[in-house]
Design a protein around this ligand. Structure first.
Ligand SMILES: Nc1ncnc2c1ncn2[C@@H]1O[C@H](COP(=O)(O)OP(=O)(O)OP(=O)(O)O)[C@@H](O)[C@H]1O
Ligand SMILES: [Mg+2]
Length: 257
């Protein structure tokens, strides 16, 4: 690769590279469930190191967008690019090798397995599981270390969410997709989860975060996209979205603390 850096003035970056330096790029994604078109041309980018929030009402297409990005759903048309490389059509279990982790809606932990077994499941696709990953998860979530032998189905909702995030981290993702990590949790636990997400990002993991809790999400995020019925209706820096009257009316109806 040593000669590449010398060839500086060869013109603009090729079109195929898309948004320069994007870790994830979705281009004009159309996703259907049978006759229902859930995504009607979603385009968005997530740069390395960013936290990007994906907001929108129920049924807007947030989960579908994450599922298309992580290979759980194949788009009818459109492209998913990771570092400029097409990955749509690659199955989700293969995408783990490309550095995508997905924490699905509803924290699907394996209820009958212990905490430790769940975490090991997150690493099993790696060719060489790294014991440091377990230490990292336990230092982010000390409660999981204390409860490592406990059957996961008996954990609290917040602990199960932590386990779902920890399990995804065991796959060493560069990009973590999170689908409503605060859903159904008490405010104190929600704040804890957001603090930990901030730390995960500070340690170098890029985050694409779907949230109903728009206020917390936008305070963590660098940028945000708002979806409505399968299309992007707004895209801006997080502070601009936070102070936008339309966002305040639609998503921040509650008085932000
Ligand atoms: N398995 C499915 N079969 C048929 N339609 C579906 C399916 N999953 C989602 N949809 C429809 O696709 C649209 C987008 O759904 P999606 O779950 O992506 O929305 P969402 O923004 O995540 O909503 P929520 O906030 O309720 O989680 C909705 O109209 C939904 O009814
Ligand atoms: Mg959803």
């Amino acid at each position: 690769m040593s000669g590449v850096g010398l060839e500086k003035d060869t013109g603009p970056a090729p079109e195929a590279a898309g948004a320069a330096g994007a870790l994830l790029e979705l281009r004009d994604l159309h996703v259907c469930y049978g006759a229902i078109e859930a995504l009607k041309g979603i385009s968005l980018t997530v740069a390395e190191g960013e936290v990007v929030a994906l907001l929108g009402a129920n049924g807007a297409g947030k989960s579908t967008t994450l599922k298309a990005a992580s290979g759980m759903l194949a788009p009818r048309t459109g492209e998913v690019l990771l570092r400029g490389e097409r990955v749509d059509g690659i199955k989700s279990h293969e995408l783990v090798h490309f550095g995508i982790g997905h924490v699905p809606e509803g924290r699907r932990v394996f209820a009958r397995m212990s905490v430790l077994e769940n975490l090991r499941m997150g690493a099993y696709r790696l060719r060489r599981p790294d014991p440091d990953d377990l230490d990292r998860v336990f230092s982010l979530f000390p409660v999981l270390a204390r409860r490592r032998k406990q059957v996961s189905g008996t954990l609290s909702g917040g602990e199960q969410q932590m386990l779902a995030i920890g399990r995804a981290l065991m796959g060493k993702p560069e990009l973590l997709l999170l689908d409503e990590p605060s859903m159904g949790l008490a405010p104190l636990i929600v704040r804890q989860i957001f603090e930990i997400l901030k730390e995960i990002n500070a340690q170098g993991t890029t985050l694409l975060l779907v949230e109903q809790n728009a206020s917390q999400a936008l305070r963590l995020a660098d940028r945000g996209y708002v979806l409505e019925t399968g299309t992007v209706v707004m895209a801006d820096a997080a502070p601009a979205l936070l102070s936008d009257p339309r966002i305040r009316a639609a998503y921040l109806g509650e008085v932000p603390e």
